[in-house]
Design a protein around this ligand. Structure first.
Ligand code: PEP
Length: 255
């Protein structure tokens, strides 16, 4: 990555894991490990653990994120959580458009765009996930798919706001599968995303955006992935559930 232009951020995505006691234990283990990181450190936790995480991380360098947010401010949306509800309790980040939400919960680029704008309006930093299916990669349309997602997901988002947004490139075939993209594949698509941003906005804006790689990143493969020019950290699922593993990724992103 280019440290002069942007910050590397390692963000954990706990998904639907950790009861409150388990969350407390993991955060306590993580605090001394994260302390020495010079990259950004974020943990995105289930809604039920958000207040606990905010409380336990006060005064540390660990920031807390949610795993989803609704786009309306309030109203008849049973089961949903608004951006104001998140900021009110001290949440700073939110994952939007994760492939599991696209796959299992009918998330579309239109709703990703609405959630992203609602999050930014409330002062949250969105982590917007994009990435191709295995079938799309095999059909050689990765570039088209990812460019289209970026254009739709960021439609009507200002240059000022896009600089507060993190993009996570997550090839769907690499998430939770143990199949990691090669460093070249990760760099190729992260660079493509930056080029699309430069066309949509300008080079200075594109250079300021943190673009993560996500998909089976772990202590063994992190160094090579994170050494790529346009890979500015990672969105981490499985390896964020073990403090020691997450710590290795923080060390690598801090180099
Ligand atoms: C993710 O959930 O965003 C992810 C990248 O998961 P994993 O690291 O387990 O592949």
């Amino acid at each position: 990555m280019n440290k002069e232009l942007r910050q590397a951020v390692i963000a954990g995505n706990w998904k639907m894991n950790k009861t409150r006691p388990e969350a407390k234990a993991l955060i306590e283990e993580l605090k001394p490990i994260a302390e020495k990181a010079s990259c950004g450190v974020v943990i995105c936790v289930p809604f039920t653990n958000l207040e606990t995480a905010v409380e336990l991380t006060k005064g540390t360098n660990i920031k807390v994120g949610a795993e989803n947010v609704h786009f309306e401010k309030s109203g008849a949306f049973t089961g949903e959580i608004s951006a104001d509800m998140l900021t009110e309790i001290g949440v700073e980040y939110v994952i939007i458009g994760h492939s599991e939400r696209r796959q299992y919960f009918g998330e579309t680029d239109e709703t990703v765009n609405k959630r992203t704008k609602a999050a930014l309006a409330a002062g949250l930093k969105p982590i917007v996930c994009v990435g191709e299916l295995l079938w799309e990669r095999e059909c050689n349309i990765t570039e088209e798919v990812v460019a289209r997602q970026i254009k739709l997901d960021l439609f009507d988002v200002s240059a000022e706001d896009v600089k507060k947004t993190i993009i996570a490139y997550e090839p769907v075939w690499a998430i939770g599968t143990g199949k990691v993209a090669t460093a070249e594949q990760a760099e190729e698509v992260c660079k493509l995303i930056r080029d699309v941003l430069a066309k949509l906005y300008d080079k200075e804006t594109a250079d300021a955006v943190t673009i993560q790689y996500g998909g089976s990143m772990n202590p063994k493969n992190a160094a090579e992935l994170l050494a790529q020019e346009d890979v500015d950290g990672g969105l981490i699922g499985g390896a964020s559930l073990k403090a020691a593993d997450f710590g290795v990724l923080l060390d690598e992103a801090s180099k």
